[in-house]
Design a protein around this ligand. Structure first.
Ligand code: NAD
Length: 318
């Protein structure tokens, strides 16, 4: 299939491009390299430096390339940035998504091409119901979460207005190789591995007592969900699916596992809980299993080992 990957040079986008290549698909990568790395390219793939909110350029590229599927990962996925710079954040995350939706329609691809949109568990805003199902009303607590929430709604609207085939995938705390520390989402896993393998002078810390739990999702599972969503024979109508592992670990358990894997002690500076921090996340992934055939691997220790190996051997030199 002919695919476009927006955010192709970022953490998830690069992992997705590698899998699409392994499965013999064609890819046009689109990225503005605002946080993605120029070196994250798959040999043989075409890349274009484009800001997704440049709607004329996007429509022209879609018209020329005629994709079957657009995997939309480009975003500025930073909650704190979105609070400080709501306009710039919304331009990339919401207007950028509308630009892609409009580009598909203007290129005459409604009913022909599919958009697989990257959404986020942040739209739940700390739901109390565990595991959290998709039908709970959204409760975004930051501009970033609101942008993701609204982008899903725009996808549904474009389905109703133009018959566009759109689906949204709500990722929970993604981790794995190519997740940079300090970048986008920077989980504690990135921060602690960075301290151990890259820069021992960086002081690792823990906010709160470490009993908070997260449904961490290995990047290969997110890639799997994207490809399943991209290749499902029958079309979508703007539905959204949780993409996670359906299991959660406390940050203290994560610390213990990283110490076990690395053979090093993590001397964490204990800090007060972060204001507004969500205590627990755990996704209900029954709908993704049923509707997409999603079957995540859930071997957390080995997944963590693969990420640690990447930090040890391949973390980009600055
Ligand atoms: N990593 C996670 O835990 C997580 C969780 C939930 C949702 N998501 C979503 O998944 C997607 C991918 O996230 P990621 O972790 O790979 O982030 P990332 O920052 O590593 O990748 C995003 C890529 O998009 C590019 N980009 C940013 N703004 C752009 C623009 N206006 N035009 C073109 N390119 C642009 C960046 O240069 C980067 O290469 C994002 O939409 C994010 O919101 C990620």
């Amino acid at each position: 299939m002919r695919t476009v990957v927006t955010g192709s040079n970022g953490f998830i986008g690069y992992n997705l491009c590698k899998s699409l290549q392994a499965q013999g698909h064609e890819v046009l990568g689109i990225d503005d390299l605002s946080s993605g790395l120029a070196e994250n390219v798959v040999p043989g793939f075409r890349y274009e430096w484009v800001k997704i909110q440049d709607k004329e350029r996007i429509a022209a590229l879609f018209q020329e390339y005629q994709p079957d599927v657009v995997f939309h990962l480009a975003a500025i996925p930073r909650v704190s940035y979105s609070v400080e710079e709501p306009f710039a954040s919304a331009e990339a995350n919401l207007i950028g998504t509308i630009s892609l939706l409009e580009g598909l329609v203007k290129a005459g691809l409604a009913g022909k091409a599919r958009l697989v949109n990257s959404s986020s568990s942040s739209i739940y805003g700390g739901a109390e119901q565990m595991p959290t199902p998709e039908h709970l009303p959204g409760s975004p607590k930051s501009p970033y979460a609101l942008e993701k929430y609204q982008a899903e709604e725009w996808g549904r609207l474009f389905h109703h207005l133009y018959g566009l085939d759109v689906v949204s995938l709500r990722y929970f705390n993604v981790f794995g190789p190519h997740a940079l520390f300090g970048g986008a989402y920077s989980t504690v896993l990135s921060a602690w591995l960075y301290h151990i393998y890259v820069d021992p002078t960086y002081q690792p810390f823990l906010e709160g007592d470490g009993t908070q739990t997260r449904d961490f999702c290995y990047v290969d599972n997110v890639v799997q969900a994207n490809i399943l969503a991209g290749t499902r024979p029958h079309s979508f109508q703007g539905e959204a699916f949780n993409i996670a592992q359906g299991q959660s670990y406390s940050l203290l358990e994560c610390r213990d596992m990283i110490e076990e894997l690395s053979g090093r002690k993590l001397a964490l500076e204990m800090r007060p809980p972060r204001v507004g921090d969500v205590k627990h996340t755990l996704a209900d992934i029954a709908a993704a299993r049923r509707e997409l055939g999603y079957e995540p691997t859930v071997d957390f220790l080995n997944q963590l080992r693969s990420m640690a190996e990447w930090y040890r051997l391949a973390y980009p030199k600055t």
